[in-house]
Design a protein around this ligand. Structure first.
Ligand code: TRH
Length: 398
């Protein structure tokens, strides 16, 4: 047997073909797990020429993001990605060269045993949730040998620093964003298609995508005091319902217009983020897309029972506001904490006393926050995206 470090072999072993990729995703709740998994699958197929199969236990969520998907079909192909249903019993499959489980979803047992039985063991990756916390760097790319099977899984952490796996970003994304944001005509056409009319010059356009306990009505009330017209636009979901409720009861007049838009196809959701001046986003994937949109944004973090989400929120705020003028950083932090109801007893509207002031401070610094959002996106774009990192890791490190 030729030694591993034999230059001839190393080259070949490193480059042992990773032609075929199986990506597994099980839907916990909401859209993000599938949103991230689909985005990764499409990138690895389209930009890295791999043969990718995306295994899902529930296709209805992907069909919401990509209406071309037929949730009734067990196998179909979209944009060079084969989308297959995880059936039970799980049989009739071939193990891929690379296996990615997203968010610790565990591939079916039958598949894992077949991985162990494969002559050339597949590379096994667990794509973790995104966090800005410091510990991520120390955990990224760590191996985890399986206690029973001749398999080793590696943890792959998205992140904001060079010693993490980076963030998903399509090759053409920032070019398309800049073209869109430079072209008022294209933006007006987007608005007319989405809500039937285009906003007047100087309208503050705000998009909303949040979880159910966000103080949406407090935001709407605070916008009534904004020095100029405001559009609040919410794709179908909890925010749209809350805004409709507020509009019916409060008659705000024309200074604040509320639009309940249809749920957008995933790629068109980017256009909404690019077209707005401030974006309220949540979870993971919309959180990252808001950063690529280079617009001021507010993150509604997915709450966890152990309150660990507060640590996660603070970790990101510390990175995002580093180097920013103290008053601007404080405005961002106060609004984010008010939007996530930090320090509040969980009851509906009566409270959020801090909100109107926090919003006025934030909205009043929009130009400075806009400039910062542009710098932040440009800094993140200095490095390769997560798909390129994960392909390189698999092909050249493992
Ligand atoms: O839907 P989410 O809340 O998902 C979250 C995350 O997965 C999080 O990690 C997990 O812990 C939690 O669920 C349980 O938020 P997220 O991650 O922003 O995903 C939303 C997806 O929906 C994203 O891919 C964008 C897409 N989307 C559209 O395609 N059209 C739309 O109109 C909107 C509003 C969103």
């Amino acid at each position: 047997m030729r030694p591993l470090n034999d230059p001839d072999i190393a080259g070949t072993i490193g480059a042992v073909d990773s032609k075929t990729w199986d990506i597994f995703c099980r839907v916990v709740d909401n859209y993000g797990d599938v949103g991230v998994s689909w985005r990764l699958a499409r990138l690895v197929a389209r930009e890295h020429g791999k043969r990718v199969r995306l295994w899902l236990d529930d296709l209805t969520v992907l069909a919401k993001l990509r209406p071309e998907i037929d949730p009734g079909r067990d196998v179909q192909t979209l944009e060079q990605v084969q989308v297959a249903r995880i059936r039970d019993p799980f049989d009739d499959f071939e193990v891929a060269d690379v296996v990615v489980e997203t968010f610790g979803c565990d591939p079916p047992l039958a598949y894992v045993h077949a991985m162990a039985a494969r002559a050339e063991k597949p590379r096994w990756i667990n794509l973790e949730y995104l966090s800005a916390e410091d510990w991520v760097e120390g955990s990224h790319a760590l191996p985890s040998p399986n206690p029973r099977l001749p398999l080793t899984k590696h943890f792959f952490f998205p992140g904001f620093t060079p010693r993490t796996g980076g963030l998903l970003r399509e090759e053409s994304l920032l070019r398309r964003r800049d073209e869109f944001q430079r072209d008022p005509g294209t933006q007006a056409a987007f608005w007319r298609a989405l809500v039937g009319e285009a906003p007047a010059e100087g309208t503050l356009k705000v998009s909303l995508f949040n979880y159910s306990d966000a103080p949406v009505e407090a935001l709407a009330r605070a916008c009534v005091g904004h020095p100029g017209p405001v559009w609040l636009v919410a794709p179908e979901g909890v925010a749209a319902t809350a805004l409709e409720g507020w509009r019916r009861t409060s008659r705000p007049g024309d200074s604040v217009r509320v639009f309940a838009a249809p749920f957008l196809v995933q790629d068109r959701y980017d256009l909404l983020l690019w077209a707005c001046d401030v974006n309220f986003v949540r979870g993971e994937d919309s959180f990252v897309r808001a950063q690529w949109a280079a617009r001021p944004f507010v993150w509604h973090i997915y709450p966890t029972e152990d309150n660990a989400h507060w640590v996660k929120l603070s970790a990101f705020l510390a990175r995002y506001t580093a180097g920013l003028e103290r008053a601007h950083a404080a405005a961002i932090t106060s609004l984010w904490e008010a939007w996530n109801r930090r320090g509040e007893a969980p009851s509906r509207e009566a409270q959020t006393p801090a909100f109107p002031g926090a919003w006025a401070e934030f909205a009043g610094r929009r130009e400075a926050l806009q400039a910062h959002a542009g710098k932040w996106a440009a800094a993140l774009a200095q490095r390769r995206d997560l798909a390129a990192e994960i392909v390189d890791f698999v092909d050249n490190t493992l």
